[in-house]
Write a protein that binds this ligand. Structure first.
Ligand code: HEC
Length: 148
């Protein structure tokens, strides 16, 4: 009986750990989906599909900034190699090249905080947006993989 309790206990702990991993994968993905949504809102203004709106810009930049602050903790060792639902997952390089990954985080944060002081109207948005996009793309190129 005691043995069964121990085994069941271990199983429950195991399930708890798996759930925590899935939560962590989802959490990282939620931040990135927010990035995608906000980048899309900025792109629509750049393309003239939507009128310039400072509140939308401020919301987007605040969310990018929060992501930059959270990124160092979004990919704990426990989720290395785990696939996320949907189109993309993190590459194992996130963990294998921690120094490179953290450089990308730092430069993303820097570009975003500069953008906060630079974007005041459509012209400055148009001038600044490509530099932000380059940060997203630069990190994805190495550290994001398409799910097959
Ligand atoms: C420091 C690295 C890094 C930066 C900077 C970064 N991303 Fe990501 N992004 C990732 C990684 C790793 C993934 C894959 C993990 C995931 O999807 O959760 C990802 C996934 C995504 C996804 C796919 C989410 C899904 O559906 O799975 C989108 C959309 C995205 N990023 C948008 C952006 C945008 C827009 C920016 C810039 C404003 C950005 N990211 C900046 C690392 C980064």
């Amino acid at each position: 009986m005691k043995r069964i309790v121990v085994i069941v206990g271990a199983l429950v702990l195991g399930i708890g750990a798996v759930m925590a991993q899935q939560d962590a994968v989802k959490n990282a993905q939620t931040f990135m989906k927010g990035n995608g949504k906000n980048a899309g809102a900025l792109a629509a203004m750049v393309k003239g599909e939507k009128p310039y709106d400072q509140a939308t810009v401020d919301t987007a930049l605040a969310q990018f900034e929060e992501t930059a602050q959270k990124l160092p903790t979004l990919f704990p060792d426990s989720i290395k190699g785990l696939k996320a639902d949907g189109d993309y997952s993190s590459s194992p390089k996130v963990w294998e090249d921690k120094a490179g990954f953290s450089e990308h985080i730092t430069s993303f944060g820097k570009v975003v905080s500069e953008a906060k002081t630079q974007i005041k109207d459509l012209d400055s948005l148009k001038a600044t947006f490509p530099g932000i996009g380059k940060q997203c793309g630069g990190c994805h190129e190495t550290y994001r993989v398409k799910n097959s």
